[in-house]
Design a protein around this ligand. Structure first.
Ligand code: SF4
Ligand code: SF4
Length: 464
């Protein structure tokens, strides 16, 4: 049914064999892997089993140190912020872990009108957001894909005073190549889709009915998106459905496949952990729950394995865990999220997709990041400067993207501080901007100072 040119061949038994072999967990071997990873060349999949099996506290500390060093080398201290924008919870699928599944009759269903979407966007703009990921279940109102395309245009066109959303990423069900071309033409940023689990048997059990039951159609989705000319794609797995070690190997293989075929791997990898969802038993007792200790390890290993790929964490995680994994490699987070359509205006969580671990608003998250020394960033510059796909990777690989990330983080943080922050957050943000400028090397500081000064003089949307 699906042409080979649109597929990603995943050899499940080869991944299983890698996990079955005895991990070479001697200290010498681990240190050799970590030294190589610090060179920013990524890791081979044969390196992963040893790191995944690590238990020794001293070697684990070395793993975390290496992940932190790689993150700071490539991205600096910035953490990019975004908000999910759920436009519809209509869905024809039966994912056992999700409250939106078709047979959950308890859930109030709605697809927002374009006017309602604009209302949600204005709410996000008043909070200070500049970047959203638009999310919909897999059943659109009668217009089909046109509904989503209109929604993307609505988001870009909505204004609150002079402010607008500067980048719309999209997380919707897989399309064919023509569908992806239409999505590309409305100028989305990244197209995101998670395989949920790369293990075929677990996938079949978790997705018993609906279009999503077709494992291969989902697996080949990013090939189709990139064939259609979408440069930036985001992959991921829902951790907790199957052995996290298998998922990590499969994610790495997926990334390498895209890189080999299209000259550019995924722009982002997301690491959601399964969370309780109303009326969904599999979410209450995840089949392969990932402990906090393993979660820290998996983030650190991913950071080393694919150093140039953004790592995204959602508000599913509690603030304590979020803070810990920022150090280990996370580069983007959602903040102040609602996962029910219309949730920003209604403040009602009764039709949410899953429970959130972090309920704090954007202002509080920004303050917390600033006080812990991370630079909260609302930057959307790369996509708007045409630094996408392979062009982005060409900058990221020699470590040059940081020269853009940090000044942009500071100018957008200054903008947030002046336009949206409460008094305590403004104080923390401005102190961080000043300290960060003072700590920069001269060339970078001159450029960043000039950008921040333009914002202080009233200019907005200053980026490089
Ligand atoms: Fe539908 Fe997505 Fe939920 Fe599955 S995870 S039931 S496809 S909204
Ligand atoms: Fe992201 Fe590019 Fe901005 Fe860095 S400069 S935060 S990579 S958009």
């Amino acid at each position: 049914m699906h042409g080979p040119s649109e597929s990603f061949p995943l050899d499940e038994s080869a991944l299983g064999l890698l996990l079955e072999g005895p991990p070479r967990d001697d200290a010498g071997r681990i240190r050799e892997i970590l030294a190589r990873a610090r060179g920013l060349d990524g890791l081979d999949e044969a390196d992963l089993p040893s790191l995944m099996a690590l238990r020794d506290p001293a070697l684990l500390a070395e793993l975390f140190e290496a992940a932190k060093a790689v993150k700071e080398e490539i991205y600096g201290r910035r953490i990019v912020l975004f908000a999910p924008l759920y436009v519809s919870n209509l869905c024809g699928n039966e994912c056992l872990y999700c409250a939106f599944r078709a047979s959950n009759r308890e859930l109030p269903r709605r697809a927002l009108s374009q006017a309602e979407i604009a209302g949600e966007v204005r709410h996000l703009l008043r909070q200070g957001h500049k970047r959203v990921v638009l999310v919909a279940g897999e059943a659109y109102p009668q217009e089909g894909l046109d509904y989503v395309l209109k929604a993307v245009r609505t988001v870009y066109a909505t204004r609150e005073g002079a402010e607008s959303i500067r980048r719309v990423n999209v997380n919707i069900a897989p399309l064919d190549v023509d569908g992806f071309r239409r999505l590309r033409d409305v100028e989305i940023g990244t197209y995101q889709l998670f395989q949920e689990t790369y293990h075929r048997g677990t996938y079949a059990r978790m997705h018993p009915a609906g279009l999503k039951a077709d494992f291969d159609w989902r697996l080949g989705c990013m090939d189709r998106a990139m064939l259609a000319g979408i440069d930036d794609v985001g992959i991921g797995a829902l951790f907790g459905l199957h052995d996290w070690r298998f998922e990590l190997l499969a994610i790495l293989r997926h990334a390498r496949h895209l890189e080999a075929r299209f000259g550019c791997g995924p722009h982002t990898i997301s690491v959601p952990r399964i969370e309780p969802a109303a009326g969904s038993a599999a979410s209450e007792a995840p089949p392969s729950a990932v402990t906090d200790a393993d979660f820290r390890k998996l983030v650190a290993i991913l950071r080393l394995a694919v150093p140039y790929t953004g790592l995204i964490l959602s508000t599913r995680e509690r603030p304590e865990i979020r803070r810990e994994v920022f150090h280990l490699g996370i580069s983007q987070i959602s903040a102040g999220s609602r996962t029910n359509p219309g949730g920003y205006q209604a403040e009602d969580g009764t039709s949410a997709q899953f429970s959130l671990g972090d309920h704090r608003g954007l202002d509080e998250v920004v303050r917390d990041l600033a006080e812990t020394g991370f630079i909260p960033s609302f930057c959307t510059s790369c996509y708007r400067m045409g630094r996408t796909g392979a062009d982005f990777m060409d900058l990221a690989k020699p470590g040059e993207i940081k020269l853009h990330c940090e000044p942009n983080a500071l100018s957008t943080l200054q903008e947030f501080a002046e336009d949206h922050a409460g008094p305590a957050t403004r104080q923390a943000a401005e102190a961080l901007v000043a300290a960060s400028l003072a700590g920069m090397e001269e060339g970078a500081r001159t450029r960043a100072e000039a950008m921040v000064a333009r914002v202080r003089r009233g200019e907005r949307d200053v980026f490089c």
